[in-house]
Structures are given as structure tokens and as C-alpha cells.
Design a protein around this ligand. Structure first.
Ligand code: ADP
Length: 535
């Protein structure tokens, strides 16, 4: 424990000697003495004095004046002063001392026990105060550290977002190229064997895209960027589609795939169909993956009705490998698998169920699992569904090959894209629509080309070296010649982040298209922006 300094001030040396002797046994103190008030003041300024025992009657400065001086100086005002006096105990003297700032009195002749007890009690008070100060200091340090950690967490989240934007761009860009080239292949003359190779390539790219989308989904949900979109759709059609997709896959593994739907389940509902299908498909894909023989059943149970909403439970049950009891909880956490051997044997990222759980929360629903190790598992999703009486118009899925789309009227298009595969693929598509295409690799060259030539349309990648797409768009849209700033511009971004898309519009883009895109999407976008510009 720390020692504290006590100053003894008395003009008579013998009084100091007797007081020092009295206080000799008080723990944690160091005694400093003086017979001269001026000298004592200097000590108080220089040393870290906590308590001063001050004689009242002194020749040059009396004790009251001494204490007043101490109290009026911020450097010494904290010192606890105890007046030591032989004069009367009358109230007026007592008051004078207290008014000057003293905290207590000791009366001469000093009674040893009282003197020691009082000094001990003040020493104790000061030690407690010092401890409090120390704790406060430590608290302040922790507070500062916490603030710093919070700052770092915010920074890390920002970096994560930037990383996400970049990564999605970097990975999706080559996939876009691969898928585009596959579209080109599909619309060319191929032998049956080549068609089979292409199908395999298509499957591999689709799975790659699925994994990337999973990682992006998880990050989007975690950063609050995933939006739930409600629409009217046919639940029975969705179940029919699920049946079509998974029946074939189950048959390949010699598994039975059954679907049971309670008669009270509404045919049309209003819900986020994409996310509902994602949850159910995830359960069924897992069951397919972890079941070697037997069956997989999807049951849609009607649980209860409240006003116009039905509580439905989607249950996927399998006769697969099952999950150990202590792992059932953890499989819904990101990157968790039931046991370490799973990755080796079955692959997977451990992300599917983590996404399902987060999606369920966003949908105000619930997910859960139960399992008997070695016998099979059961997964469910439960939520409230509003019944609807119709189906939103569905997009036609089996789109015709892009080279059969109606031709444009000699459109001259500038493609600014740093990825060769993508620009090659874009140029190929555009040429098949009767466009004349120039390709540049950065925003600066795009500007130069716009200066030198006439274009009807610009397709602009957003992330490019030397000058980004956004900068180039801004320059073009601020061009003094109306003919130049009126050129419709579509940005092609691999980012899934909404604010990046918003940034494209802010820069002046007339349309935004994400990578990878379907040729029909691009075609439609071109038709839309051209109509907008010409209207
Ligand atoms: P992944 O399947 O990519 O590893 P998931 O999050 O979908 O990731 O699943 C996490 C883990 O839960 C799986 O690795 C597996 O251990 C376990 N699991 C999920 N579904 C089943 C199932 N139907 N049968 C047995 N184990 C399952």
C-alpha cells in the first residue's frame, strides 16, 4: 500500500517532537515537519502532502491564515488540515478554523488515543480516496480502450463491406465471363458429346456461383443489407417445382422423395418466395447429401389460423446419417459442421444452415432440427403466411437463345471493360444483335473514344484501372456537347451491394446490370434505356 505524507507545523520544536513520537505507530505515513509556516508552504507545494497538522498560534502567520493560503491554491487545496490548538474550544474559534478550510481540531494537551485515532481515520479516508482515484483512472483507461475497440470494430465492418464489394466483383466477373461464353457455345452447333461437356461446365459454374452467393448472402444479412421482398405467388407451384428438381436428384441416388401437403394449406400466399424456396431447398439438399438409402419427405403442415394468416410448418425428414445430440445446436452456426469428418467425406462450407437461420429470423419465422444419430434427421421452418388469391406474373424461364433476339438498327456501342473474357463475350452478344462494337479497357480510353466517335450506347464496367467507370460516366454526363452527354450508359457491376448500384445512378448511369447476367436481361436493359433516352 502507498504511504502518505503528513506535515507537522508548529513553531515550537518540542511540540513537533512530541507529536512525531505520538504518530510514530500510525501505519502508511511519512512525517515531514517544519517550525516555519513559509517553509511549510514551500513543502506543501513541492511534496505530495495529504494531511497537515497545523498549530493555530504562530508568530508570523497564524494557523487559520496558513490553512486559508493552502485552500486558495489549487495545487494545495486538497490537503486535509487539522488545527492543533491550545486556545479555547469556544464555537467562534471552532468556526474560524472550519471556515478557513480545516477539517477537524486537536486540542492541547493532546490526548494520545484521540490524536492517533483521528489521524488514522483521516489517513484511511485518504487511502480510500486514492484507491478510488486509481480505480477511476483504470476505468477511464478501459473506457478509452473500449472506445478504441468500438472504433476498430466500425472500421473492420467498413473494411468487410469494401472487401465484400471487391470480392464479389473480382469473383463474379470471371464467372460472368465463363457463363457468357457458355451461352455463346449453347447457341452454336455442337455434337452430343460437346453438349454433355457443356452441361457439366454449366453445373460446375452454377455450384461455384451458389457458394459465392452463400458467402455474399451471409455477409449481406450480417451487415443488414439483405431485404425481404414479399410478393403473391403460388405455393403449390413452388412445391411442384421443388418436387421436379429434387425428385430427379433423389432418383439418381436411389432414394424415395415424397411430398405431403395438408389440405388446409393455402394455394396462393404472400411471402418472400425466393427466400422460402432457399430455406426448403437447403434442407432437402442437405438431406440428399447425407442420406445413402431410404427416403426424404417434405411435409407442409397447417398448424393454426389467426385472422387472415396461417401458421405453416415445412418439415424435411430423412433416413440419413443423423446428427449427434450435442451437435444439433451448433450446426445452425456459421462455418459449423456436425463433426470434423463431414467436410472430408461430404464437402460443404457449413454456411447453408447459418443462412437459413438468419433468413428465418428476418422472416419472423423459426427453424429447428431434431435427429437420431445413425437413423435420420428432421429439419423444420415455421412461419406465418398471408393467404393470397393470385399469382404474380412469372418470368418466362426457358428464354430463347440470345442470337434469336430482334436485331438493333446499326447501333454503335462502346464497351469499357478491363476483363478480356467479359468484353469478348459482350462484343459477341452485341454483334449478334447487329451492333458495331468498340472495346476499351479503362475509363480514360472510354472518354477519348467518346470524344472521337459517335456512340448510341455505352456499357461501362464500374471497377477499372486508371479511371473508374463512375468517374468516366460523370465526365461524359457533364460533357458540353449535348449529343455526348445524352449517350445512354449502362453500368455492368459485379457488386451485389445496393449502395454501389445507387452510386452508379448517382454518377449519372441510365441503367445498372449485375454480373453475371442473362443475355435477355442485357437486351431488355438496352431496349429500356434507349426508350427512356429517346422519349
Ligand atoms: P454444409 O452442408 O455446407 O456443411 P450446412 O450449414 O448446410 O453446411 O450444414 C451444417 C452441418 O449440419 C453439415 O455439415 C452436417 O454436419 C449437418 N447436417 C445438415 N443437414 C443434415 C442432415 N440432413 N443429416 C445429417 N447432417 C446434417
Amino acid at each position: 500500500m502507498k504511504t502518505i505524507n503528513i506535515l507537522l507545523l508548529d513553531d515550537k520544536e518540542e511540540n513537533i517532537i512530541s507529536l512525531s513520537a505520538l504518530l510514530e505507530d500510525v501505519e502508511h505515513v511519512n512525517l515531514i515537519s517544519s517550525t516555519d509556516p513559509n517553509d511549510a508552504l514551500k513543502i506543501c507545494w513541492k511534496e505530495d502532502v495529504s494531511i497537515a497538522l497545523v498549530d493555530v498560534q504562530m508568530p508570523k502567520i497564524n494557523g487559520f491564515e496558513f490553512v486559508s493560503i493552502l485552500k486558495s491554491n489549487p495545487k494545495t487545496s486538497h490537503i486535509m488540515a487539522i488545527m492543533v490548538t491550545a486556545i479555547s474550544k469556544e464555537d467562534k474559534y471552532l468556526l474560524q478554523g472550519l471556515e478557513s478550510g480545516a477539517v477537524d481540531y486537536l486540542y492541547k494537551p493532546l490526548k494520545p488515543e484521540i490524536t492517533i485515532a483521528k489521524v488514522r481515520s483521516f489517513v484511511q479516508q485518504i487511502l480510500v480516496q486514492q484507491e478510488l482515484k486509481e480505480k477511476n483512472r483504470e476505468l477511464e483507461v478501459s473506457r478509452q480502450e473500449l472506445l478504441k475497440t468500438k472504433e476498430e470494430a466500425i472500421q473492420a465492418r467498413k473494411s468487410k463491406e469494401i472487401f465484400l464489394a471487391n470480392m464479389s466483383h473480382e469473383i463474379r466477373t470471371p464467372i460472368n465471363g465463363i457463363m457468357g461464353i457458355m451461352h455463346m457455345f449453347k447457341s452454336s452447333e455442337l455434337s452430343t458429346e460437346q453438349r454433355d461437356w457443356l452441361k457439366r461446365l454449366d453445373n460446375a459454374s452454377q455450384s461455384l456461383l451458389l457458394i459465392i452467393n452463400d458467402i455474399l448472402d451471409l455477409s449481406k444479412i450480417d451487415s443488414g443489407m439483405l431485404k425481404i421482398e414479399f410478393e403473391d405467388f403460388s405455393l403449390s407451384k413452388m412445391i411442384e417445382d421443388i418436387n421436379k428438381i429434387f425428385k430427379i436428384k433423389a432418383t439418381h441416388k436411389n432414394l424415395d422423395f415424397e411430398i405431403e401437403v395438408d389440405s388446409e394449406v393455402p394455394q396462393y400466399i404472400r411471402y418472400d418466395s425466393l427466400r422460402l424456396q432457399q430455406i426448403i431447398s437447403n434442407f432437402i439438399s442437405n438431406s440428399l447429401k447425407f442420406t445413402e438409402s431410404g427416403s426424404i419427405t417434405l411435409t407442409v403442415k397447417f398448424m393454426e389460423q389467426k385472422e387472415d394468416k396461417s401458421l405453416l410448418r415445412f418439415i424435411v425428414k430423412d433416413t440419413g446419417i443423423g446428427i449427434k445430440e450435442d451437435s444439433v445446436e451448433k450446426i445452425f452456426m456459421a462455418f459449423e459442421q456436425a463433426d470434423d469428418g463431414i467436410t472430408k467425406k461430404f464437402g460443404g462450407t457449413g454456411l447453408g444452415l447459418a443462412i437459413v437461420k438468419r433468413l428465418a429470423k428476418l422472416l419472423n419465422g423459426q427453424v429447428g432440427a431434431s435427429s437420431e444419430y445413425g437413423k435420420g434427421s428432421e429439419f423444420f421452418f415455421e412461419g406465418w403466411f398471408e393467404a393470397s388469391d393470385h399469382d404474380q406474373e412469372q418470368k418466362e424461364n426457358n428464354a430463347p437463345s440470345y442470337n434469336t433476339f430482334p436485331k438493333f438498327n446499326n447501333m454503335r456501342v462502346l464497351v469499357a471493360e478491363d476483363n478480356d473474357l467479359n468484353s469478348f463475350m459482350l462484343a459477341h452478344m452485341l454483334r449478334s444483335w447487329n451492333c458495331e462494337v468498340d472495346i476499351v479497357r479503362n475509363g480514360r480510353l472510354a472518354l477519348e473514344n467518346v470524344e472521337a466517335n459517335h456512340y448510341d450506347l455505352i456499357l461501362m464496367d464500374t471497377h477499372m484501372p486508371i479511371m473508374s467507370g463512375f468517374e468516366a460516366i460523370k465526365e461524359i454526363k457533364n460533357h458540353i456537347i449535348p449529343e455526348k452527354h445524352g449517350i445512354p450508359i449502362i453500368t455492368i457491376s459485379a457488386s451485389v451491394l445496393e449502395h454501389e448500384q445507387a452510386a452508379a445512378f448517382q454518377a449519372g448511369a441510365d441503367g445498372v446490370i449485375g454480373k453475371p447476367f442473362d443475355p435477355i436481361e442485357l437486351y431488355q436493359k438496352i431496349v429500356d434505356v434507349s426508350a427512356k433516352i429517346n422519349s
